[in-house]
Design a protein around this ligand. Sequence first.
Ligand code: GAL
Length: 409
Amino acid sequence: MKLTKALLCATALCGASAVSAADLEVTHWWTSGGEAAAVSEFAKAFNSTEHTWIDGAIAGSGGTARPIIISRILGGDPMHATQLNHGRQAEELVEAGLMLDLTDVAAAGGWADVVNPSNLLESCTLDGKVYCVPVNIHSPQWLWLSHAAYEKAGVDVPSDWFEYVESAPALRDAGLIPLAMGQQSWQTSLAFGAIQVAIGGTDLYVDVLTNKNAEAAASPEMTAVFQAYADARSLSEGSNVQDWNQATNLVITGQAGAQLMGDWAQGEFQVANQVAGEDYTCLPGLGVNEIIATGGDAFYFPKQDDPAIEAAQKELAALMISPEMQVAFNLKKGSLPIRGDVDLSAANDCMKKGLAILAAGNILPDGVNAFSADTAGQIEDLMVEMWNDQSVTVEDAQARYTAIIANAD
Ligand code: GAL
């Protein structure tokens, strides 16, 4: 019996009925080197069953792929499985009855007992029914540092954001880009959010994003956040790349000293055969406030009117959350597993840092970001404008930010 079949039998799914082979089209936006290496672990394991993984990779970021995925499902041309982020991205599709109920799979696999943190399963659950399988934990709040760049600059690898900013002139003198940054707006927004958590601290972050406290937005503590963002803006001059993984490559090849990016960047270092702690250093919470968010990815299974397809969809969901797949996929993805009962002896230095933070419960509270899409859009526009226009001062930006928070909904 094939390994994966045995695995599925362990989840009491294989005994249900004879399994007829099915081709499942799976959509996702994992097209960088590291992302492709990770998703191939899912595909390889599924292809070792009677079924076939038809890869539906969509180029571009989540902001490009999500509208395509959602419009296909609403338009009656659904894929069989799709990646989306943890949270409420599929809420309307679930409420419209367009997504497969996985409650029996979740019960057979004991998901309620293994998924950690539990809010990842809660965000898959509506009216007591489970509609997605969480597959990883990603966090945006990381700084990635190139050992080769620091060796060339003749300075020690920084241990936090402040040392990093101080090291920038030496990087420039060595002809290097201090901070690699792609030009897509979500990347500069991610940078502001990471700086806000690290430099401003968790209480301030919650006060502004959850309580929508305009006084907090106007505080001297937030001025320090805007100053750090302005520093990052200056340090990225010369980083003329578009995609996040192209920016990561600048760090991998020693052309840039650092990148401020989520831990999915780690997948790129791995496919480049670089070793955490030897070739690069990762600083969760930018080395200042070791707090991480529990973002990341889950898979949903649009309903199909075909019992054989539905059985295969449920097998894939069970496979993705299995201990073996959680290790194989997350080690390649650079993310953390969504269950604690797995053998992560192969975890590298950065994954171990993330696991320690998770184990200590040093995570951002769930549902912190209470902004409407409109408010979030106004903030993203401000951050992009400030990043791309040196004439926007810290004072200007903070005043405009405070006005947005004062009217936030
Ligand atoms: C995020 C996703 C990650 C990573 C990143 C960059 O939305 O959760 O898995 O792929 O996009 O593409």
